[in-house]
Design a protein around this ligand. Structure first.
Ligand SMILES: [Zn+2]
Ligand SMILES: [Zn+2]
Length: 146
């Protein structure tokens, strides 16, 4: 596993690369992500279209295989009135593997900040596409729903 840099962007090959990029982004954001989970559809597929509304705190992934839409983490609680927008890679592809990460309040297991990193299935770009402050309670329960 290795991240390579082209211009100001990073490209990777494995979910470990995606996790590494998410972590370094979170450190710059001063809320270091310490727990991670990769998204997987109920059908077993791991590639998705992603829509988010960072202001509302909403992320929706749509499986590229079976088409199931899923509200990630605690998004269901914030979706009313939200206006999620579809993410597109620099290469214009809209299909990604998704890695979620959270930071927690110090000394607790409670979510403090939520990050979503994408790995483009076409050009292999790795980047955090969305993040927001998030008070969603238990991190394990939250990450079980990404
Ligand atoms: Zn599916
Ligand atoms: Zn791409």
């Amino acid at each position: 596993m290795a991240l390579t840099k082209k211009g100001e962007f990073w490209y990777g090959t494995t979910s470990g690369d995606t996790q590494a990029e998410l972590r370094s982004y979170s450190i710059e954001n001063r809320h270091e992500a310490t727990r991670f989970a990769a998204s997987k559809c109920d059908c077993g597929c791991r590639t998705f279209a992603l829509q988010t509304d960072e202001e509302a705190g909403v992320a929706i992934r749509t499986c590229t295989d079976c088409g199931q839409e899923h509200l990630m983490g605690d998004s269901a609680e914030h979706v009313e009135g939200a206006a999620p927008e579809t993410h597109e890679c620099l290469c214009e592809n809209e299909v990604f593997e998704l890695m979620s990460g959270v930071s927690v309040h110090q000394g607790t297991h409670d979510v403090r900040w939520y990050y979503i990193a994408c790995h483009c299935v076409e050009c292999k770009l790795v980047a955090v596409f969305a993040d927001w402050p998030c008070e969603a309670g238990d991190a394990a329960a939250f990450l079980a729903k990404v």
